[in-house]
Design a protein around this ligand. Structure first.
Ligand code: ZN
Ligand code: ZN
Length: 277
């Protein structure tokens, strides 16, 4: 079997060139939208998007994109990536899931490569926008499960799973750290409680100070060792129990900490179908 060729680097960026990005893999899907919302927020007569896993967009410019997070009344989150200098809208995530982002195709250096696989909201297409014969269209929003290639659906599942694994790991690290803080509090209390107030007016001599310093350092060292042990156990447990996570996928329309990138298009698939992560 011949090895498949590596995906060529595809670059894009904003108008002023201070924010640049690179796609690390081929897109999942390309589509155009003729809804009025897209017309408004792109300032054009229809919008074109290139969908890809958010984690596969790498910022390579002088400035990272500015990420604006919006929490909708239904609790879902949307992240919009723009250039902090010229305000070009680069991509958005969270309309279907925060694990995928809709790049504004026009910001790619070679948008030519990303011809839409489908035009949605065809009923509101501006009449003088003429589409080539044979163009695939649909009324209203498209359902990604009907239109995405099988391989893209598999990639989406994998991306969701990776996001859930990251989330679990973050939670475990946070838990281990908070345990550590608790222990520190306890450790702080103990010596204080045992130190008689009367001692205050007696200046500690150097020897005594040195002894306490060493004790404190030893205790700190021990706690650090305990923490790394605990982290190891957590990481192991995490490796062991990740698989069943998929089951939760359907009931997790929650949001992601506003860390990563974004999608462009207020629409369709109910947020619950593809979990945020
Ligand atoms: Zn810019
Ligand atoms: Zn639209």
């Amino acid at each position: 079997m011949s090895k498949s060729k590596p995906f060529p680097a595809i670059h894009g960026g904003c108008f002023c060139a201070s924010t640049r990005y690179r796609l690390e893999t081929a897109p999942l899907f390309c589509y155009a939208c003729h809804c009025q919302d897209c017309n408004k927020h792109t300032g054009s007569v229809f919008a074109c998007f290139t969908t890809i896993e958010t984690e596969f967009i790498t910022s390579i410019g002088k400035a990272p994109p500015k990420i604006t997070t919006l929490v909708r009344p239904n609790g879902t989150t949307r992240h919009l990536a723009t250039c902090g200098t010229c305000s070009t809208r680069l991509w958005a995530s969270g309309d279907r899931s925060t694990v995928i982002a809709d790049i504004n195709t026009g910001t790619l250096d070679l948008p030519e490569l990303m011809e839409p696989d489908l035009h949605e909201y065809i009923e509101s297409k501006i009449s003088w926008v003429l589409l080539p014969e044979g163009t695939k269209t649909c009324k209203g929003p498209f359902d990604y499960r009907d239109w995405w290639p099988k391989n893209s659906l598999r990639r989406l599942d994998a991306a969701i799973q990776r996001a859930q694994e990251r989330k679990k790991l973050q939670a475990k690290v946070a838990q281990a750290e908070s345990l550590e803080v608790e222990e520190e509090k306890e450790a702080d209390k103990t010596p204080t409680a045992q130190t008689p107030d009367e001692k205050d007016d007696v200046a500690e001599d150097d020897e005594e100070f040195e002894r306490r310093y060493l004790e404190t350092e030893k205790a700190l060292q021990e706690r650090l060792e305990q923490l790394s042990l605990r982290l190891e156990v957590h990481e192991k447990a995490q490796e062991d129990d990740l698989r069943p996570v998929v089951v939760q996928a359907a009931k997790e329309p929650a949001q992601e900490p506003a860390s990563k990138a974004p999608t462009a298009d207020p629409k369709q698939v109910p947020a619950a179908t593809v979990p945020e992560s």
